[in-house]
Design a protein around this ligand. Sequence first.
Ligand code: 5RP
Length: 293
Amino acid sequence: MPEEDKEGRNYHVEKKAKSELFYLKGSNELGWGMKNRLARVFNPKDGRTIMLAIDHGYFQGPTTGLERIDVDIMPLVPYADTLMLTRGILRTIVPPSITKPIMVRASGGPSILKELSNEEIAMDIEDAIRLGVCGTAIQVFIGGEFESRSVVNMTKLVDSGLRYGIPTMAVTAVGREMARTPKYFRLATRICAELGAHIVKTYYTEEGFETITATCPVPIVIAGGKKRPEMDALEMAYRAIDQGAAGVDMGRNIFQSDSPHGMMQAINAVVHGNAKPKEAFDLYKQVKSEEQK
Ligand code: 5RP
C-alpha cells in the first residue's frame, strides 16, 4: 500500500497562475501543439528563425549544391534552426536521431519542364504526423495560371494541419510574368494569411518591404532567391529582419556559396546576433579562410 499523502504545504495561494501571451505575431489563438511546434521553429528568445531550404529537388532535380545532400548539406545542419525539405530526402538521408525541427514540403506535381503553378497537395497530413514534423510548406501562385487551385490547396492543408496542430507555411511563388513589387507581395502574403497560413514565406523587396511585413498578420520569412554575392545576401537578410521579417528560409545563397559554412554562420550572426552586414561578412570570410588552411 502506498503511504497516505500529507498535503497542505505548497498551494502558493498568494501567487497568481501565469497566463502568457504567445510571442509570435498572429499566433496567440492557436492551440498548444501548434504553438509548441512554432516555438521549435522560431527561437523563443528572439522570435526568429533560420530555415535552411533544401527542397528545390522537388521540381528541379539535383540542383547545384544539392547533388549530395548527405555530403554537403548535413554538416550545415547544426547552424540552422529548422530544415525545410521533402519527405523523400528526410527519409533517405536525414538520420532520425536529428532533433532539429522540420518543415516538410507538402506540394508538388509539375517539374521545371511544365507550368509550375499546376501543383497539388503531394502528401497526406498523416505522413507529416508520422514524420514528427513541425510544419508543412506549400506553394501559392497568386496571379499564376492555376492561382485558385494553389490557394485552395493551401486552405486544405491548413484545415488538415489544424486538425492535428501542424502549422502551414505558404510560400508565395512568383511567376516569370509577375513584377516583384511591394504591391504584389502585400497582396500575395495577405491572401495567404487571411486564408489561414501560419507562416508566410516571401521575397525581399528593395523598397517598401516593411509595408509587406506590416500588412501581413503572421510571421514572414524571406527566401534567398537566386545566388547573389555573399555581401548582398547578408545585406538583404539584415534589412529584411530590420524591416519586420521573423527570419529567413534560405537555400541557394547558402549552399551555392563558395563557403556554405561561412554563410551559415554569417546568417546566424545577422538573424540571432543582430550583426551588421559588414560584421557578418567578415565572419563569412574568416570561416572561409579557416576552411582553406
Ligand atoms: C521553392 C522554395 C524553395 O525552398 C526556396 O524558395 C528556395 O530558397 P532559395 O530561394 O533561398 O534558394 O520554396 O519555391
